[in-house]
Ligand binder design. Structure first.
Ligand code: ATR
Length: 275
């Protein structure tokens, strides 16, 4: 029996065990995928104990996508550029290799709009934001990025970093100053956790002032299916996308790294139906 798991905190909202356990079952792989919920104060000790256990791979989620990096033995070059990890493969020799599949999942639902996306507003500057920034800069013709974040320093660090690998006009805007910003953008993305769990009645930012009729409003949250952020956009007649497609497609990319196999189309259809 192989063992896989998702490391994060909290994990009560996570659909990843359902996805991967269905995938293992449908492909006849004898493996189990479990939740490994670790509080911040126990992180180092718990991760070091996982390194000694019988594990073949992990997913990493909020709030550890950056904090896990010092525990890796290798990191693939794209993931190093992104600076955040959501997948670990345990190699034959026990070494941990880190990957980022979030950017692959992030791009899938906007694939058909990719040529039209020239500007965006990104809310947040954590691991998910980094994956979105990389995906957009590598695969679209984006010219302008506005980034806002609760912690100013973290937002500014991300903006400075983007400038090292992409020729994009990239600006940080303080959350409190967003109300003075008049610019309309093609894509608005919420990468924060505002809109889920205890914060499910909140919006990270009101998307409407930054929207015009073709703006796509994309929330990386998948639970709830429609956040307040997406509700506001939907009520204004805007094109909205939730985090479910990204969740499913990043999971497939992780699964492929671990097993060399893709999800079947039957499984993908089933996942979209039940999740
Ligand atoms: P992930 O790796 O999934 O992106 P993360 O690195 O913990 O998770 O990042 C979470 C993002 O949500 C950050 O941009 C965080 O803002 P800070 O950099 O200020 O921590 C943002 N975030 C989380 N809770 C928030 C809140 N209550 N209000 C505003 N932003 C919040």
């Amino acid at each position: 029996m192989q063992n896989y798991g998702i490391i994060g905190y909290p994990l009560s909202h996570s659909f990843s065990p359902v996805i991967h356990n269905m995938a293992f079952k449908s492909l006849g792989i004898n493996a189990e995928y479990s939740k490994i919920e670790i509080k911040e104060e126990n992180f180092e000790r718990h991760v070091l104990s996982l390194k000694k256990g019988n594990w073949q791979g992990f997913n990493i989620t909020i709030p550890y996508k950056e904090k896990i990096i010092p525990f890796l033995d290798k990191i693939d070059p794209i993931s190093e550029k992104i600076g955040a990890i959501n997948t670990i493969k345990v190699e034959e020799d026990g070494g941990w290799t880190g990957f980022n599949t979030d950017y692959i999942g992030f791009l899938k639902p906007i694939q058909s709009h990719i040529d039209k996306i020239k500007s965006c507003l990104i809310i947040g500057a954590g691991g998910a934001a980094r994956a979105a920034v990389y995906g957009l800069s590598a695969k679209t013709k984006i010219e302008k990025m506005l980034i806002t974040n609760r912690t100013i320093k973290r937002g500014q660090i991300l903006v400075d970093q983007i400038k090292t690998f992409a020729k994009i006009n990239c600006l940080f805007i303080d959350l409190t100053e967003l109300k003075n910003e008049k610019e309309k953008v093609d894509l608005i993305i919420n990468t924060t956790s505002v809109g889920m769990g205890a914060q499910k009645d909140k919006m990270p930012v009101d998307p409407i002032p930054f929207s015009y009729k073709n703006t796509i409003v994309y929330d990386l949250i998948y639970n709830p299916v429609q956040t307040q952020f997406l509700k506001a956009a939907d009520s204004a007649g805007l094109n909205t996308i939730n985090g479910l497609p990204m969740l499913i497609w990043q999971a497939e990319a992780s699964f492929n790294i671990w097993t060399g196999k893709d999800f079947t189309s039957v499984l993908v259809n089933q996942l979209f139906k039940i999740l």
